[in-house]
Design a protein around this ligand. Structure first.
Ligand code: IYR
Length: 244
C-alpha cells in the first residue's frame, strides 16, 4: 500500500477517496441526462403481479443502505415482504386505518387536495405488487446490557435512504408508491419489530400494470418557474425552484 493511501486524524484512520470527475461539457450532459431520466419517475398505484427476482430487491435495499446518516448510525431497518398471507394482513390493516382517515381524520381541505389523485381507502396494490418494502426508523439502539443510545438526525437520515431506495427502484425499471397509512403502528405489530423501531414508510414494488395511469400533474422543475437565490448580494451558484 502506498503511504498516500491513508492518514490518521486524532488516531483514526482516514482512507484516500478517489472519485471520477468530468469535464464541464460532460458534467452538463450527465446532469441533464440524469435529470431527464429521474424526472420520468412517477408514483404508480396500478401494479402487475409479475414476479421480480429477489436479488433485484436486495440490491435496491443495499443501495438505500448506502445513504449518508447522522454519525453513520444507519438508523433504519428495511423489511422485504413477499409472503401472500402477510401482504393480505398488511393490506387489511392499512385499509382499516385509511377508512378511518378518509371518513373523518383527514380535513376537508386535505381531501380536496387529494381529489385529482383519485385515491381512496382501498389499497389493492398492497396485495398485487410482488414485494412490499417496509422502512422502519430506529430513534435509539439498545445494547446487550440494556443501555439505550440515541441516534442522530433520524428522520433526515431515513428520508435520505428512502430517496436512494426510490431512485434504485426506478433504475431497475420497476415502480413504487410512498404509501403512508396513518397511524402505521400496525406494521410494527404485524412484522414483530423490536421496541426501538417505528414504521416510517410502506412501499409496494413491482412492474407497472400493462395499463397503468398516473395523474396528469406537473413538477416545479418542468413548469419553468425557477428563482435565483441571492445571498450577501451575490448570486449563489444554486438555483431553487420557486415556492409559489
Ligand atoms: N394515506 C392516504 C392519503 C394520502 C395522503 C397524501 I399527503 C397523498 O399524497 C396521497 C394519499 C392514502 O394513501 O390514500
Amino acid at each position: 500500500m502506498n503511504t498516500d493511501d491513508y492518514i490518521f486524524v486524532e488516531g483514526y484512520k482516514h482512507i484516500r477517496h478517489c472519485q471520477e470527475t468530468y469535464s464541464e461539457k460532460e458534467m452538463i450532459e450527465r446532469s441533464k441526462k440524469y435529470y431527464e431520466w429521474l424526472s420520468k419517475r412517477r408514483s404508480v398505484r396500478h401494479f402487475s403481479n409479475k414476479s421480480v427476482p429477489k436479488e433485484v430487491i436486495e440490491n435496491i435495499i443495499k443501495t438505500a443502505s448506502s445513504a449518508p446518516s447522522g454519525a453513520n448510525k444507519q438508523p433504519w431497518t428495511f423489511c422485504m415482504i413477499e409472503n401472500t398471507a402477510l401482504k393480505k394482513k398488511i393490506r387489511d390493516a392499512a385499509e382499516e386505518e385509511e377508512r378511518k382517515s378518509y371518513s373523518g381524520r383527514m380535513s376537508d381541505e386535505w381531501l380536496d387536495d387529494l381529489k385529482h389523485f383519485g385515491t381512496d381507502a382501498n389499497k389493492p396494490f398492497l396485495e398485487t405488487a410482488p414485494y412490499l418494502i417496509v422502512v422502519f426508523k430506529r430513534p435509539f439502539e439498545i445494547d446487550k446490557n440494556g443501555m439505550k443510545y440515541q441516534n442522530y438526525y433520524v428522520n433526515e437520515s431515513v428520508g435520505l435512504a428512502c430517496g436512494f431506495l426510490i431512485s434504485a427502484i426506478h433504475n431497475a425499471g420497476l415502480v413504487t408508491l410512498t404509501h403512508t397509512p396513518s397511524p402505521m403502528r400496525f406494521l410494527e405489530k404485524i412484522l414483530e419489530r423490536p421496541d426501538n423501531e417505528r414504521a416510517f414508510l410502506l412501499l409496494p414494488v413491482g412492474y407497472p400494470a400493462e395499463k397503468a395511469y398516473v395523474p396528469d400533474i406537473q413538477k416545479k422543475a418542468t413548469s419553468g418557474s425557477y428563482k435565483m437565490v441571492l445571498a450577501n448580494s451575490q448570486i449563489k451558484l444554486s438555483f431553487s425552484t420557486s415556492l409559489n
